[in-house]
Design a protein around this ligand. Sequence first.
Ligand code: URA
Length: 437
Amino acid sequence: MRYGAETQITRSVIRGGGILRITDLIAKKRRGERLTADEIGFWIDGLETFADYQNSAMLMAIAINSMTESEVTDLTLAMVRSGRALDLSRYGECTVDKHSTGGVGDGTSFIVMPVMAAEGRVAAKLSGRGLGHTGGTLDKLESVDGVRTDLSEKEFFSILDKTGIAIAGQTAELCPADKYLYALRDVTATVDSTALIASSVMSKKLAAGARNIVLDVKTGKGAFMKTQKEAEKLASFMVRIGRRAGRNTSALITTMDEPLENRVGNALEIEGALEVLRGEKRGDVYEVSRSLCKALGVEPERFDRAISSGAAYEKFESMIYAQGGRAGCLDRLPRSRYTAVVTAERGGYLVRTDAMTVAETVLDAGGGRRRKGDPILPEVGVVLLAESGDRVEKGQPLARLHYSREGDGELAVRLAQAFDISDERPKPRSRVVGEIV
Ligand code: URA
């Protein structure tokens, strides 16, 4: 399918006894009215025949007026039907998938999926690219030399048979409607909508076919859902859609006020995940990954063993090579041309590192997209050199900006605004603040 290629902007179809026109449906949603399953199906089935501006207008109308739960369910199912849904039944009940609603410095997929595979599950994940200010699993994976995520159904199954773990992107076969809408939302300020996030996430999860799904719903300054209440609403929406479709679905609510790990950026986050998988680093990303695996049925002690034995690392490595990674690719991840260090303006305790400021810095350094299809610079990003609760001295390095375009060093000035230093030591807080299991 080539969505948005040739447009037939006055397309109308006789359905359910009446004529449907896309402009009428946009107007209906713009007025805040409820769309029927037939109308939603007409829009999604015809996405490629409508113009980008019409599809964007519909997205904006949904983002502003939202949708009822039954509309979101109809939208999700129509998106699944835009491609083929994978049938993983040959692997029995042990198939697992995991999805986050968008984080900063969040490489948990590269830890959770290998641990689950090391524990004998079949880890089959359909992911997305960077969205808004958040990073995307596909962009991160593709920062590894040779790795492909545009897997055909046949390739996906053959990798799962061989390694028990595969992470692919939406393609012309798998969730093409999400592939197209996702890219459009990324550049039309229509990302942070409960209806659009729920349908995007759940269409991928239902199409990828796993029996067991865990959702990591982020809340806070660096998340699309700014409040815990919004995150809980999104989580219960998605869990209900998954369960109604017969999938064993659970969700954690986790905070995203600060980056989850100390590296933010595509290749840098792969490097961070490798450190965790090698047992060299713990911290919040370890704890959240452990909780996500627990929700999928792997107890914390087994999680620790999968890491300490090197079994999870081996699974990750075998997936990287099965998906096209060139020899030695994990030892030579892309490196930025330049670095700039941000130092503490005063002494005290580091109270907070603002996830949004860090994310926007990485985006502006070329780590994300401002326009649909923009190329990204996989090597750029930020490495945090101190974490919340640390005592820091004036002049102490707090972060290193990795950049590759001359002039982007100035972004370090903005990055410096991310750090909040106070005389009072902050209380340690758990990242996991809620769950639906
Ligand atoms: N992840 C997705 O797949 N879709 C969204 O809309 C947000 C996060």
